[in-house]
Design a protein around this ligand. Structure first.
Ligand code: GLC
Ligand code: GLC
Length: 641
């Protein structure tokens, strides 16, 4: 600990000791030990962010007192889990890990309904369940729950906070970790703090970024981009009821918090630890790139954003060490990687892999995928990617233009092509997606649509074109096969496992019509779900294939952890990589084209396969006598016999 940190701790600790003199001695001693371990990390971060404030020590002490209070209120079961996780910090690297994500209401109506679906999660092999924000939010448009009016109350239609806590423990008993969002860049304009700010309370106006006239907003706006240009141009909203412009990066009812104010840090840390105490094991840090603002910058990915998360993380190590952070930074690949550190976000979405899987299905050319993954896949081995093909959001084409440029691809043109392709406008496209946030000024757009509709199932089904249906199913299974075997935690968007198609009914709902992401956010069709066990149905074909791949992943220790080496397969259509963890290494080959390919026997030899080997996918035993065929959209996971 640096001398300043020790001095500060020496100054604060006696007061904390006195304040918690009546606390359970063992629990208090644990807190003290952790405080000693992590204060040396926490202090310089907070000093960097807030040291210039005249009342810095007051805030520091208040933060620690709050953390101690929440630790002492933490249930014995969670305190025991904390100790277990501290002893096994790499628990989430296991090959058994499988994530799933859903809206509680769309999936099973209520939180209790979700609880009743635990047998389904177990059937699928899920060990990590991310529920979209179940919190109190404004009626009507609330950005799918991402406008939070209270972090301590649930949306009453879903149930109560007690139901949420009960769900978390029931899931844990079934071996499933609950993940929720920490929507901490903004609150809704109905949050008590926003309401107090609207009523004119200057203390709460300082929780947000509010301006009496356009001078500051205009000055900031010069270097900001627009995230939701359809909804409202710019990043500020005029509130006549407060006679103020409010910073609103997303929708006008989502007010950005002002983290330059230390009170906001302390209050939000309290909300964070409150959620941890409900049994949440993973917090998805929503819109993480936007939390710090500074004039003259893009106000994205600023160094202070990282320090803030590290400070939250250090507090979590002290007061709720079970908790992991998952970064949601859907930005340039270099910036995505900067959030991934054991002392910042242990988990991160892998938006680059996601976007490039779709890219590769469109182009039938794996080179951009392979080149990008070779550069950008490696991360700290104590952290993990969360690999996915679809989630509740749109697909943004966030690949690196420099890497594309080396392959002769112009990034701007290529994004236009991808948008054309995935909206089905490109001749011969199999995809049925729709644009999201098309910006005529910049030519930018993102894509909405379910995995199955984007992969060709929606176009193929009505035509009863069995060959097209088969190809669509193979595409769906192919990209899931990749996320199930590349290093990290695979994440399924529930509904995709049975090939759920787009739903167009959102267009009739005024609260949703302006946001095309609702096309892929639909109520689970439990009748279709019931067909999952019938291999004669489309649902059964997809479900059966995915379930088998999941079982293979979970049975082979080589799929634990991260170690993934991207190879050059010698073919522009075949994506190749090896996994080497515990157990014999696996060579994965995936044909991204409908045209059958072969991989030369010599290449296979080069990648360590000897005379006899086995394909984990088909179960075949093979001999290295000739080139290896890979049928259209087929993949093999090869292991030496
Ligand atoms: C995240 C969410 C997205 C939401 C936005 C604003 O990106 O995934 O759904 O619109 O944050 O909270
Ligand atoms: C932007 C943001 C991302 C968010 C998305 C929602 O791309 O960078 O955080 O998920 O908008 O559409």
């Amino acid at each position: 600990m640096d001398p300043d940190a020790s001095l500060s701790l020496a100054r604060i600790l006696p007061r904390l000791e006195a304040r918690f003199a009546e606390a359970d001695a063992v629990a208090w001693a644990t807190f003290r030990t952790r405080l000693h371990t992590h204060f040396g990390t926490l202090f310089p971060l907070l000093r960097h962010l807030y040291g210039g404030q005249y009342d810095f020590f007051y805030h520091l002490e208040a933060t620690l007192e709050m953390a101690a209070t929440l630790w002492l209120a933490r249930s014995p079961a969670l305190q025991a889990l904390d100790a277990a996780r501290e002893a096994d910090p790499g628990w989430f690297q296991a090959q058994g890990m499988l994530g799933a994500v859903a809206y509680a209401d769309l999936f099973a109506t209520t939180l209790d309904g979700v609880r009743a679906k635990i047998p389904y999660f177990q059937e699928l092999g899920v060990t990590y369940l991310h529920l979209m924000p179940p919190f109190l939010a404004p009626a009507g448009n609330n950005d799918g729950g991402y406008a939070v009016s209270s972090y301590r109350e649930t949306n009453p239609a879903l149930g109560t906070m007690a139901d949420l806590t009960a769900l978390a423990s029931a899931l844990r008993a079934a071996g499933i970790s609950l993940a929720l969002d920490f929507v901490f860049n903004h609150t809704s304009d109905e949050h008590a703090w926003a309401q107090a700010a609207l009523a004119g309370d200057p203390q709460y106006q300082a929780y947000y970024r509010m301006f009496p006239d356009r001078s500051m907003p205009d000055a900031y706006e010069r270097s900001l981009r627009e995230i939701f240009p359809d909804q409202r141009p710019g990043n500020f909203t005029w509130r006549p009821d407060a006679q103020r412009w409010v910073w609103t990066t997303f929708n006008s009812f989502q007010w950005d918090l002002n983290y330059a104010n230390p009170a906001v840090f302390t209050r939000m840390a309290e909300e964070l630890l409150f959620l941890a105490n409900q049994g949440v094991e993973v917090l998805r840090l929503d819109a993480v790139a936007f939390i710090w603002k500074q004039m003259g910058t893009t106000c994205e990915n600023l160094p202070e954003a990282h320090l803030l998360i590290q400070a939250f993380n250090a507090l979590v190590r002290i007061a709720a060490p079970t908790l992991l952070f998952k970064s949601e930074a859907i930005v340039h690949p270099d910036e995505v990687i900067r959030y991934i550190r054991p002392d910042e976000c242990q988990l991160s979405y892998n938006p680059l892999l996601m976007a490039l899987l779709w890219n590769t299905l469109a182009t039938r050319d794996v080179r951009l995928l392979a080149a990008s993954m070779r550069d950008r896949f490696p991360i700290d081995p104590r952290c993990a990617w969360v690999n996915y093909v679809r989630v509740h959001d749109d697909i943004g084409w966030t690949f690196d233009d420099a890497v594309a440029g080396q392959l002769g691809i112009n990034g701007y043109d290529h994004r236009r092509f991808l948008n054309q392709f995935y909206t089905g406008r490109y001749p011969g496209s199999f995809a049925r997606g729709v644009p999201f946030q098309e910006n005529p000024r910049t030519g930018d757009a993102r894509i909405s649509g379910t995995g199955a509709s984007l992969a060709g199932l929606e176009a193929a089904l009505p035509a009863e074109d069995e060959q097209a249906v088969e190809l669509a199913i193979r595409r769906i299974v192919l990209i899931h096969g990749i996320i199930l075997t590349m290093g990290g935690i695979p994440l399924l968007y529930l509904g995709d496992e049975i090939g759920t198609l787009n739903s167009y009914s959102y267009r009739n709902d005024p609260a949703k019509a302006g946001d095309s992401r609702w096309i892929h956010r639909r109520a689970t069709d439990w009748a279709a779900m019931a067909r999952r066990s019938d291999p004669a149905t489309v649902e059964g074909r997809i479900y059966g294939a995915l379930q088998r791949l999941i079982a293979i992943r979970q049975a082979h220790a080589v799929f634990a952890g991260h170690d993934t080496t991207i190879l050059d397969s010698g073919s522009a259509q075949v994506f190749a990589y090896t996994r080497q963890g515990a157990g014999p290494p696996v060579l994965a080959l995936a044909n991204f084209s409908e045209v059958p390919q072969t991989v030369a026997a010599n290449e296979l030899r080069l990648y360590g396969l000897s005379y006899r080997f086995r394909d984990l996918v088909s179960g075949e035993s093979l001999r290295l006598v000739a080139d290896l065929p890979l049928d259209s959209y087929r993949f093999r996971w090869l292991v030496a016999d």
